[in-house]
Design a protein around this ligand. Structure first.
Ligand SMILES: [Zn+2]
Length: 306
């Protein structure tokens, strides 16, 4: 049955009133200040429990986690547009730099406080703001960094346990290893290679920088320097400039050397061996940490808040 348009409009109003959703169609803007950055949140407060107070707290908390990792929030101003969807959970996000920093994120109307508290999506998206745009061929670098940094930034902020992060890496990172037809990170754009292959590159880099500097610096210091010198995602930088800048900050050539190996060829590092030397071993569905392992000090340095 197709009602007459006028009847249909009246029906929609009645249905909206009956469902208590009439007010929820009213979008609002709220402004948060996080360590010098202005974050505008566009959303429908009434679409969420408690008029969206927990939603605003989630945005502020996520921004603070990213600020902690980078030493400052990676954009001076940002708009976060929250699109209310049916169901629960944080359902996905996309980050843009032009004409201004903008994150669009889909959030279930039934999202629970617990889901917001343990969310990774918004931290991942905000992390994208800290790296210059290096082009589509190098999406593995931006997605790998966002995947890798999210866990560590949340551990450093006390928002996630260290064992949870390592357990996820043990479970997921092998999907980032090359398959039979692989031609290196720059030329193999599968989901596994982009997200977890990129994260694997970051883990190897982080460990090697710590080893080369006696734990005085890691990937975190390298990424802070890249953000400070580039201004983040609004800049277009060749990948070589990103890696050169990052290496200069730690006085090493770790990233440039890793890229020379991983960019154009399929390399399969011994991940289980690496985790074992860091003191991370499988234990049931999680992991156990061995403080006597040869690289246990590197592992602790990676997770230590700066
Ligand atoms: Zn991403």
């Amino acid at each position: 049955m197709r009602p007459h348009p006028g009847v249909r409009a009246a029906l929609l109003v009645l249905l909206a009133l009956a469902a208590g959703t009439w007010q929820s169609s009213r979008a609002a803007s709220r402004e948060l200040a996080v360590a010098g950055a202005r974050i505008r949140v566009d959303f429908e407060p009434a679409a969420f429990a408690g008029e969206g107070v927990a939603v605003l707290e989630w945005v502020g908390r996520s921004a603070d986690i990213v600020r902690g990792y980078y030493g400052r929030f990676p954009a001076s101003s940002l708009t976060v547009r929250i699109v209310a969807e049916s169901g629960d959970g944080v359902q996905g996000g996309t980050t843009f730099a032009h004409p201004a920093a903008f994150i669009r994120i889909r959030l279930g109307r039934e999202v629970s406080g617990r889901q917001l508290q343990s969310d990774w999506v918004l931290v991942h998206e905000m992390t994208h703001l800290a790296l210059p745009d290096t082009g589509e061929a190098h999406a593995w670098l931006s997605e790998g960094l966002a995947t890798y940094v999210e866990g560590i930034a949340r551990v450093q902020a006390g928002n996630r346990s260290e064992t949870d992060v390592w357990a996820e890496e043990l479970h997921m990172m092998p999907r980032g290893l090359p398959q039979a037809d692989d031609r290196g990170l720059d030329h193999t754009h599968s989901w596994g290679r982009t997200y977890w292959g990129g994260a694997m590159f970051c883990l190897l880099a982080d460990v090697q920088i710590h080893e080369h500097t006696g734990n005085r610096a890691g990937l975190q210091e390298a990424l802070r320097a890249v953000l400070a010198q580039s201004g983040g995602l609004s800049s277009d930088w060749p990948i070589e400039r990103v890696l050169r800048t990052a290496d200069a900050a730690t006085g090493t050539t770790v990233l440039e050397e890793l890229y020379a190996r991983f960019g154009d060829t399929a390399v399969t590092p011994d991940l289980m061996g690496l985790w074992k030397s860091l003191g991370v071993t499988p234990s049931g569905s999680s992991v156990a940490l061995d403080e006597g392992a040869p690289l246990a000090a590197v592992r602790r340095a990676i997770m230590r808040p700066r």
